[in-house]
Design a protein around this ligand. Structure first.
Ligand SMILES: [Zn+2]
Length: 158
């Protein structure tokens, strides 16, 4: 990637970070003066802020990570395969860790997991054999556990 392009991303990240510092000051109301209604609504507002903050904290972590990558000279490299992430992709998603191919592969895998879970919850669908076997073994174990404890009980009574 060209140095000028990297510089643009660096400025973008620094801008995001400085904007966050400014809004951080706004998150806390100046005081809790007023009647109870005001206090309740302030608490609600703080809860919402907290949720927003949790989400933005994750994003900021990514931004900081990307900045670190710029310092290390690895910005724009795919974490998975090491190939260059296209500038177009970085323009759309500056904190991208993966190239489009690895990202698509990852998403495909996630979708397959979701579909698998959906399939197994539906009656009449064929379950993977290893899953069936595991389920059967589990039942067997619990039955024998019961028998053992039952025998123990007879021993004690006898
Ligand atoms: Zn890749």
């Amino acid at each position: 990637m060209e140095k000028a392009t990297i510089e643009k991303f660096k400025n973008l990240f620094l801008e995001i970070l400085s904007e966050e510092e400014v809004s951080e000051g706004k998150l806390y109301p100046a005081g809790l003066e007023g009647d109870e209604v005001d206090i309740v609504s302030t608490e609600k507002a703080n809860q919402m802020d907290f949720r927003l903050k949790a989400r933005s904290a994750l994003y900021l972590k990514k931004v900081k990570k990307s900045l670190q990558k710029i310092e290390e000279g690895t910005f724009g490299e795919c974490e998975d395969c090491g190939s260059e992430i296209t500038t177009n992709r970085l323009m759309a998603r500056p904190t991208a860790d993966l190239c489009i191919h690895c990202k698509e592969a990852e998403e495909k895998q996630e979708n397959q997991l979701v579909n698998k879970n959906r399939a197994s919850s539906k009656v009449g669908r064929v379950l993977p054999i290893d899953k069936l076997a595991k389920g059967y073994n589990k039942d067997e174990t619990s039955t024998s556990d019961f028998q053992v404890s039952h025998m123990d009980y007879q021993d004690i009574v006898g």
